[in-house]
Design a protein around this ligand. Structure first.
Ligand code: MEV
Length: 310
C-alpha cells in the first residue's frame, strides 16, 4: 500500500484579525512552515494523537478529526502528523493541521483535493477547534496564497480574493508573548462588543477599510503604504484591548530596527506573535536571534529570488 502525504501551511494575518469575525475583510498569507500529515492504509480511519498533549487537547483533536473523517466517508487510513510551526502563537497551527488532515483524508477516499474541497473538510475540524472562527486560517492554508478574505453572513465558507504582489512581501515573525488560546481572546472581545456595540463596530469597520487599503498597497507594490496601514491597525487592535506590554514593546523594537510597519498578528491578548514588514529581513532576524528572541522570516507574496526560503 502506498503512503499518502499532505501539507497545511501556517498563516499570518497582515491586517484585519478579529474584525474578520464580524464580517469585515482581512488580508492573510501562507507561511512556508506548517503541518505535514501522513497516511498509511489501515483497517479503520484513525488519527495518531501525539503523546505530549493534555487530556483536554486529545479530546478536542479526536472530535475534530472525527468530523473530517465523517465528511470523507471514513476511508481506511491511519493519519499521523508533525509540525515546525510554533503552536498557539496566532500562526494558524490548528488551521494548518486541519488542512493537512483534509488533504490526506480526501486522497485516501479517492476524492479530488482541490483548494475548495480541502477547505470544506478542514472547516469541519476548525469549527471544533475554535467554536465560531471566521474561516480565514484554514482558507489561507488551503489556498497557499495572499488573500483578502471575507466571511459571508449566513454562508458556510467565506469568500477569498487572491492578491497579487509585484514586489516580495517579507516579514519577520517574532514569538513575543506566551502561548495564548484564541478562543478565550475572541470570546472576551465578543462580550465587550456586545456591551458597547456601536463603539466597537466603528473600530471593526475602520480595520476592515485598512485591510482593503493594504491589499491595494500590495497590488501597487507600495510597501511603505502597507507598513503604515499595519501600524495604524496595531493601534486599533490596542484600542480594542487586544495588545499587551510585551507585544507593544516588540512592535516598537521592530520599528526601531527599520520595519516599514509592525503589529501583533493573530488573536493577540497576553501572547502570540508580532510581525514586522522589511525590505530586507536579514539584519533584524540576526539581531533578534543574537538577543535570544525566537523569530523567523517568511515571504508571504511576490516574486521569489533564487535560493530564498519562505
Ligand atoms: C485567528 O487567526 C484570527 C482571529 O481573527 C479569529 C478568527 O478569525 O476566527 C482572531
Amino acid at each position: 500500500s502506498s503512503s499518502l502525504s499532505g501539507f497545511g501551511a501556517g498563516k499570518v494575518i497582515l491586517l484585519g484579525e478579529h474584525s474578520v469575525v464580524y464580517g469585515y475583510p482581512a488580508l492573510a498569507g501562507p507561511l512556508s512552515r506548517g503541518v505535514r500529515a501522513r497516511g498509511e492504509a489501515s483497517n479503520k480511519c484513525q488519527l495518531v494523537i501525539p503523546e505530549a498533549l493534555t487530556a483536554e487537547q486529545r479530546k478536542v483533536l479526536k472530535a475534530a478529526f472525527g468530523r473530517a473523517m465523517a465528511a470523507c466517508g471514513e476511508p481506511g487510513v491511519k493519519v499521523s502528523f508533525d509540525t515546525d510551526l510554533p503552536l498557539s502563537m496566532g500562526l494558524g497551527s490548528s488551521g494548518a493541521l486541519s488542512v493537512a488532515c483534509a488533504r490526506v483524508l480526501l486522497q485516501a477516499a479517492g476524492r479530488k483535493a482541490s483548494a475548495t474541497e480541502v477547505a470544506a473538510v478542514a472547516w469541519e475540524m476548525e469549527q471544533e477547534f475554535h467554536g465560531t472562527p471566521s474561516g480565514v486560517d484554514h482558507t489561507t492554508s488551503a489556498m497557499e496564497q495572499l488573500i483578502l478574505y471575507r466571511r459571508k453572513p449566513g454562508a458556510e465558507q467565506g469568500r477569498a480574493k487572491v492578491v497579487e504582489s509585484p514586489k516580495p512581501v517579507k516579514l519577520v515573525v517574532v514569538m513575543a508573548g506566551a502561548r495564548s488560546p484564541t478562543k478565550l481572546t475572541v470570546g472576551a472581545l465578543r462580550e465587550r462588543q456586545k456591551r458597547w456595540s456601536e463603539r466597537y463596530q466603528r473600530i471593526f469597520r475602520e480595520i476592515g477599510l485598512l485591510a482593503s487599503e493594504g491589499a491595494e498597497a500590495v497590488e501597487e507594490g507600495d510597501l511603505e503604504a502597507l507598513g503604515d496601514v499595519m501600524n495604524v491597525n496595531h493601534g486599533l487592535l490596542a484600542a480594542l484591548g487586544l495588545s499587551s506590554p510585551g507585544l507593544d514593546d516588540m512592535v516598537h523594537r521592530l520599528r526601531n530596527m527599520g520595519a516599514l510597519g509592525a503589529k501583533l498578528t493573530g488573536a493577540g491578548g497576553d501572547g502570540g506573535a508580532v510581525i514586522g514588514l522589511f525590505h530586507d529581513t536579514g539584519p533584524a532576524v540576526h539581531e533578534l536571534t543574537r538577543l535570544g528572541i525566537r523569530c523567523f522570516d517568511s515571504q508571504l507574496a511576490g516574486p521569489r529570488s533564487e535560493g530564498t526560503r519562505g
